[in-house]
Design a protein. Structure first.
Lengths: 113, 112
């Protein structure tokens, strides 16, 4: 069974540009989560989508947004990129029920120059 | 926002030694999880704890859910070189759906 996949693996942008990151969950999983991991730091929760709707949002500005498609894949969009947005962006998926394990993808490393 | 304090931040040990790391929180969690992250990869779940006082093992790894529900520890016995990586604790609040709060990580280095 395929795990969570993310694309691209690496992304280089300049300040002010927009970045789009993609995530495909494990087959059968309806919930998708996005986390930001700055270099040397822990994971910070960004967004949670389930059944196409945003369920919860972390403490990030509105220029971080996303969506979940009918096939449960998800996009994370970051507008007006800033240097401090450089980080590893991790996507995780799970079944919808509470207590379900979140399985992580390998991440997209975003570098903003 | 919620914070998990994880310690130590890093450890450099000799192969064969036992390792202990812990997480504490100012809030009560109803689930504690321990993940390991290898370089260039996403975190992989090691152990999940769902009940206060619960003690669970996974091979050489043992983790406990603190009685107060505000802390958890992870022990690794007889460390080996492949234990190298960053270990993260994560907690789930009862009123936050499935959202996880992560600790800052413990970087483990093992000297053969």
């Amino acid at each position: 069974e395929a795990g969570v996949t993310q694309s691209p693996t690496h992304l280089i942008k300049t300040r002010g540009q927009q970045a789009t990151l993609r995530c495909s969950p494990i087959s059968g999983h309806t919930s998708v989560y996005w986390y930001q991991q700055a270099l040397g730091l822990g994971l910070q929760f960004l967004l949670w989508y389930d059944e196409g709707e945003e369920r919860n949002r972390g403490n990030f500005p509105p220029r971080f947004s996303g969506r979940q498609f009918p096939n449960y894949s998800s996009e994370l969009n970051v507008n007006a990129l800033e240097l401090e947005d450089s980080a590893l962006y991790l996507c995780a998926s799970s079944l919808a029920q509470p207590r379900e394990t979140q399985y992580f993808g390998p991440g997209t490393r975003l570098l903003v120059l | 926002g919620q914070q998990l304090n994880q310690s130590p931040q890093s450890m450099f040990i000799q192969e064969g030694e036992d390792v202990s790391m812990n997480c504490t929180s100012s809030s009560i969690f109803n689930t504690w999880l321990w993940y390991k992250q290898d370089p260039g990869e996403g975190p992989v779940l090691l152990i999940a704890l769902y009940k206060a006082g619960e003690l669970t093992s996974n091979g050489r790894l043992t983790a406990q859910f603190g009685i107060t529900r505000k802390d958890s520890f992870l022990n690794i016995s007889a460390s080996i070189p492949s234990d190298v990586g960053i270990y993260f604790c994560a907690g789930r609040l009862g009123n936050a759906g499935n959202m996880l709060t992560f600790g800052g990580g413990t970087r483990l280095m093992v000297k053969p």
